[in-house]
Write a protein that binds this ligand. Structure first.
Ligand code: RP5
Length: 163
């Protein structure tokens, strides 16, 4: 596979069913990405190493998902110069997902994390593609087609309802 532009990281393999949705949508755009486990709490040195080096490896956007006391997106954002998209995950140790949402959303000034909805990994993938599309017209073209397809799918339903 060619040089990955998007890195999808998650705190645990138990996050994979959600984070796979980001991978799937990125794959459908034919954009190279990597996906791996980096835990802020269980592998803190790996997390620092990842955040210090991702941009030097050619990564352009990071998608980070975690559940419960979800420190991974924010901590990676505190080190990397790259844009970080955070995916709160309703994990087995989560209090209804709120802990994860608030941990990722309520970042202090100076350290932004673009937080998507709870379990919103698909939108994280799309947002990462939109960030890349600013400098890549072929991704932008595919994004316009994707939006047209969303529109057409709804219009198809309208037609069905009206018939
Ligand atoms: C978080 O704790 C992970 O991101 C995951 O959402 C949650 C539970 O992890 P496991 O105990 O399933 O490995 O750090």
């Amino acid at each position: 596979m060619s040089q990955p532009k998007i890195s999808i990281i998650m705190g645990s393999d138990s996050d994979l069913p959600v984070m796979q949705q980001a991978a799937d949508v990125i794959k459908s755009f034919n954009v190279p990405f990597e996906i791996t486990i980096v835990s802020a709490h269980r592998t803190p040195k790996r997390m620092v190493e990842f955040a210090e080096n991702a941009h030097q490896r050619g990564i352009e956007v990071v998608i980070a998902g975690a559940g419960g006391a979800a420190h991974l997106p924010g901590m990676v954002a505190s080190i990397t110069p790259l844009p970080v998209i955070g995916v709160p995950i309703k994990s087995s140790n989560s209090i209804d997902g709120w802990d994860s949402v608030l941990s990722i959303l309520q970042m202090p000034g100076g350290v932004p994390v673009a937080t998507v909805a709870l379990n919103g990994a698909k939108n994280a993938g799309l947002l990462a593609l939109q960030i890349l599309s600013v400098g890549d017209k072929s991704i932008q073209q595919k994004m316009q087609t994707y939006k047209q397809e969303l529109n057409d799918a709804v219009m198809e339903k309208v037609k069905k309802l009206n018939s």
